[in-house]
Design a protein around this ligand. Structure first.
Ligand SMILES: [Zn+2]
Length: 228
């Protein structure tokens, strides 16, 4: 498991899996020039998504609603693996997902916190979204995690996060306590508490100070977002 496209292609059975030929559901591409179905492209170059060199690449061409210009400006072709991710781009951008060697799990926001708190201790890719429409996955091809220790890397739409799981766990606890007091998310994010909510706090001065510190921190914002 090296790149996201390689992992997804294997999981979806895009390339022959010699251990289990029944899973071979190869989807060839139609070439309108000669009316034939092709297995691979014929372009040589560096893939603009995963950075790998290939001589089986396809022309670098994206659909009109593919709004990720700068992210894909580096390479010269789309490789034979990444082309499948482009084909399933709508699926990738309209959900959150966790990819491991054995599973491509899509999930909704309600499950996200649970997933993040129970990440597998094996290689994985993690994508979260706030917009459910941006093609943030294009940044993820090489964002593999090798376990849940140390810095975890994930994308939230176009933003990339590197954060320790313990930090997320601690922040979730703070958010949970404040949400139980019915403090609105907008006040948690801005760090500006209204007098009404300020009075509800057990340690108002301390908490206010803490929130001012967290305001503007993207990981804090993410934890607020993923909580109920
Ligand atoms: Zn590629």
């Amino acid at each position: 498991m090296k790149t996201l496209s390689e992992s997804i292609c294997k999981l979806k059975g895009v390339f022959p899996n010699f251990k289990d030929l029944n899973r071979w559901t190869y989807q060839p591409f139609f070439n309108p020039k000669n009316g034939k179905f092709v297995l691979y492209g014929d372009r040589k170059g560096t893939c603009c998504l995963c950075g790998e060199k290939t001589d089986k690449g396809f022309k670098k061409k994206f659909g009109a609603n593919f709004t990720a210009g700068p992210e894909v400006s580096m390479g010269t072709v789309i490789c034979e693996k990444c082309i499948h991710l482009i084909k399933m781009s709508n699926e990738l951008r309209r959900s959150m997902w966790l990819v491991t060697e054995t599973d491509f799990k899509k999930f909704k926001k309600a499950e996200a916190k649970d997933i993040v708190l129970n990440l597998p201790d094996e290689p994985f890719f993690l994508y979260l979204t706030n917009t459910w429409q941006k093609v943030g996955w294009v940044k993820m091809c090489n964002m593999i995690n090798h376990g849940k220790n140390g810095l975890i890397c994930c994308c939230v739409d176009y933003d990339t996060y590197f954060v320790e799981l313990e930090v997320i766990q601690d922040l979730f606890k703070v958010v949970e306590e404040l949400r139980e007091l019915k403090i609105p998310k907008s006040e948690l994010e801005s760090g500006e508490l209204s007098m009404h909510h300020y009075k509800k706090l057990e340690n108002p001065r301390e908490t206010q100070k803490l929130l001012k510190n967290y305001a503007g921190n993207p990981v804090w914002k993410l934890c607020v977002y993923l909580n109920e």
